[in-house]
Each structure stands twice: as C-alpha cells, then as structure tokens.
Design a protein around this ligand. Structure first.
Ligand code: PHE
Length: 467
C-alpha cells in the first residue's frame, strides 16, 4: 500500500516554505555585491526584467512538474511518461547534494559569527581577517595552519539542527519552522534597513542604488544577473519540483509563483539597500565586495563603526542564519524525498545519514578554505585543465555547469516533450483559467532555453567567472 503523500497544511505554509528556500545567503550577501558591481540601479532594473520573464516561467514549470507527478525530482519525469528525461532529475538531485554540502558548512560559519557578535564582538573588530582565518584553520601571525575545528563544530550543529527539523516532516517540521523563521527574517531585515539608511553618510550609497549607470549594462552584467536569478530562486536544483509535489490541487500555482518571486526579489533588494549604504557610510565605496570574505570580514568594519554595532552585527548574522536554515532545509528535503520514496528508507534514518554524508563532504570544502590545500579538477574550454581549490571547484561545477544543464533540461522537457498544454492542464486543475497561456508557452519554449544556453556558453567558453 502506498502511504499517503505529505502535503502542505496551508497556502501560507507553502508560500513561506518556498520563499524560505529562495531567500538565502544568495540574496543577502551575493546580491548586494553583484548589484553594486553591475551598476546599482541599472542592475536592479535588469533583474526586474529577468525575474518575470525567465524566473517565473521556470519556477512555475518546476512546481507544475512536481504537482503533476506527485513525485521526487528523479522519478518525476518518468511518472509523467518521459523516462528519457530522468537524467535531468539525477543532475538536479546531485546538484542539490553538492551545494548542500558546502551551503551547510557556510551556515555553520554564520552560526559561529552570530555567537561571536553576541559574546566577543571586540575580538572580531580587532582583526577581522585574522578572526575569519582562525575559524578556518589558519593563523596569519605565525603563518601556520591547523585543523579548523571551530568551523567544523558549528557546521555539525547547523546541519544537525536542519536534520531535526526535516525529521519532523513536511507539515510538522518544514512548514512550522518557516512560519516562524520567515516572519522573523522580515522583521530583522526591516530593523537593519532602518539602521542602514539612517547612518550618517549612508545616503550616498542609497543614491548609487537608485542611479542608472547605463555604462554598466552589457552582456556580461546581464548574464551575471541571470545566473544570480536562477540561484536565488532555487531553480534547477530539485527544490521546486519537490515542494510542488506537496501542493494540493486546489492551489493557484501562477499566483503562488508570483508571490514567491516577489518576496525573493524584495529581500534581495532590501539587502542591497542595507549593505551598500552601510558600507559606503563606514568603509567607502571600495569596501563593497561580493564573496564570503566580504560577508565575514569587511562587514566587521561596518559594525565597528556603526553605533550599537555589536547588536546590529548579531541581528545581521541571525538574519543570515534564518535565511541559510530555511534554504538548507529545502535542499535536504529534495535529497531525502528521493531516497525515502525510491528505496523506502525511513525518513529519520535517511535524514540522519544524508546529513552525516553532507557534513563529511563539506569538511573538504571548509578545510580547503585555508587550513589544507585540497584541490579539485576543473576543465574549461578556454583555459584547459586546472586544479583549483576544492571549494572553488565545487562551486564552479554546480553554478556553472550542473544548474544550467538541469534548468535547460527542465524547460526543454516542459516546452517540447511534455508540452506547455499538458502543463497548463495541470495548472488549471484548481478550476481557474490561466490567462497567460500563450506568453508562458512562448517564454518556456524559446526565451528561457535561449538565455540558459547563453549563460552556459559564456561561462564555459570564455572562462568568465559568473558567480
Ligand atoms: N536560493 C538560495 C539562495 O538564494 C540558494 C538555494 C539554491 C537554496 C537552491 C536552495 C536551493 O541562497
């Protein structure tokens, strides 16, 4: 006997969970740096074009595949009668696996910093870079490396917490946690926004974010905005298929898709309006960076020079923590759903094993940051074979290769094999006519695949860093 498939308990529960997945580290520390580099307001404008024209049809398609198949990502294509596309599911699943292994570790670092600001903000201020490296197993003073136990212990705690929430199930764990975590995230975001825009000198940064520097609008920044949108909306990674599979037939999927996309974009923009003005006010325009080093190192300078800085530092890392938790949970759910359904393993055992394996794989990521020189293999057409740091290799592989391939496979599946007509039939199952059928079909058949191919080609053939 098939056991009854889990479902979301309420519309709000689903929306918050899907938004929780989308709103993640990508919104809060990747987006502001990219928006800054991509010309401030000009980048925001490009992003506002991309989300409705590319992000929304892609997300709607993933949710629809999930609901129609009532299945995990790997089996979804077969259940819809197209077993030949199972490879798309496998790639999505594997991408989720690799991403979670390092995303979960970064979540641990965030937890570490929340604790640091609560207990020893002065130590972070005294030597921001040294503090960061020390967490990762490198002492810049004596130039020695050691096992990064601090980062690793916190990663273990973070992943274990995610596991506990997943074990409690779709409604009892994921939905419940998001119903608390997401409102908390919005409140923190608003507090930090008020602080940032009222900082003396913050105006300049705000003005930059509203200015349209059109000289920065080019193919390169456009592609950066595109790949950021895919990552930020959690597309190409099995999440929206899995979350869609828990949706009841009565749900209005186009409306839900729009709400999730709007929320995700809003949070990214607000994060931009927090980070860019704060950095302008305290460190000057040169202080804006985009990677993890920025989030952990440069921001220390911001909080040090902000009145009430340690408290705002703590609130900021709590914000990041909620964002990271709800995203990691969605990723692990995508992984676990497949294993429990395909192999009939129990949810609890599967979750624990998955979290353990993710944790161990992620240790290679964390250890390769500073402590040990662990290398991956990377091939690109422009530069041949290279052996980048293991962590970078993982990010390249997922962001540059696997996500675009899976996202492309998914929209070609909907556009050309399963057909938009079948998708629309599923979308309209709630009895409401979908008013944008022709636009949706056109976007999913032509526009979305074309832009994904463009991202892919540029990143593979030019060796340009898109992340
Ligand atoms: N969308 C998340 C972010 O912006 C990252 C993520 C990707 C989460 C894929 C889940 C799945 O950080």
């Amino acid at each position: 006997m098939e056991s009854k498939r889990a479902q979301w308990g309420s519309k709000l529960g689903f929306i918050l969970a899907a938004a929780g997945s989308a709103v993640g580290l990508g919104n809060i520390w990747k987006f502001p740096g990219k928006a800054f580099e991509g010309g401030g307001g000009a980048f925001l404008l490009m992003y506002l074009v991309i989300v409705p024209l590319v992000g929304m049809p892609a997300m709607l398609s993933e949710l629809t595949i999930g609901r129609a198949s009532q299945s995990n990502v790997v089996d979804a294509f077969g259940k819809l009668g197209h077993k030949g596309y199972s490879w798309v599911g496998w790639i999505s699943w594997l991408t989720a696996f690799i991403i979670t292994s390092y995303y979960g570790h970064v979540g641990g670092w965030v937890l570490r910093y929340a604790v640091s600001y609560a207990t020893e903000a002065q130590a972070v201020y005294a030597n921001p870079l040294g503090y960061f490296y020390n967490m990762l197993g490198y002492d810049p003073v004596s130039e020695t490396t050691f096992f990064p136990w601090m980062a690793i212990v916190f990663a273990a705690v973070f992943l274990f917490a995610c596991g506990l929430i997943i074990i409690r199930g779709v409604q009892g764990g994921i939905e419940k946690f998001n119903k608390v975590g997401m409102p908390a995230l919005f409140v923190l975001l608003l507090i930090l926004l008020v602080r940032a825009v009222t900082l003396p000198g913050g105006n300049e940064g705000l003005r930059y974010m509203f200015s349209l520097d059109m000289s920065k609008v080019n193919v390169h920044t456009f592609l950066i905005a595109l790949s950021q949108a895919f990552y930020s909306l959690s597309l190409g990674m099995s999440i929206m298929i899995t979350y869609g599979s828990y949706l009841p037939e009565s749900e209005d999927m186009p409306k839900n898709t729009m709400l999730v996309c709007v929320m995700d974009t809003l949070v990214a923009f607000i994060a931009g309006f927090i980070i860019v003005p704060s950095v302008f006010a305290t460190l000057g325009p040169d202080g804006v960076g985009k990677g993890g080093g920025f989030a952990f190192v440069s921001l220390a300078g911001v909080f040090e020079h902000t009145p009430g800085g340690a408290i705002f530092g703590l609130l900021f890392y709590l914000l990041l923590l909620f964002a990271a938790l709800t995203s990691t949970i969605s990723l692990i759910e995508g992984i676990v759903a497949f294993l429990t359904e395909r192999f009939r393993w129990t949810r609890t055992a599967t979750t624990l094993v998955v979290c353990l394996v993710l944790f161990l794989l992620g240790c290679l990521y964390t250890c390769s940051q500073a402590a040990y020189s662990i290398h991956g293999i990377w091939f690109d057409f422009a530069n041949g074979i290279s052996f980048p740091n293991f962590g970078d290799a993982m990010e390249f592989l997922t962001d540059r290769v696997m996500i675009p391939i899976a996202a492309l496979g998914t929209c070609i599946f909907v556009g050309w094999s399963w057909t938009p007509a079948a998708a629309v039939e599923e979308i309209e199952r709630n009895g409401v006519r979908f008013g944008l059928i022709r636009l949706y079909s056109f976007l999913i058949r032509f526009v979305v695949p074309a832009v994904i191919i463009a991202i892919f080609a540029v990143s593979l053939f030019t060796g340009t860093t898109l992340s």
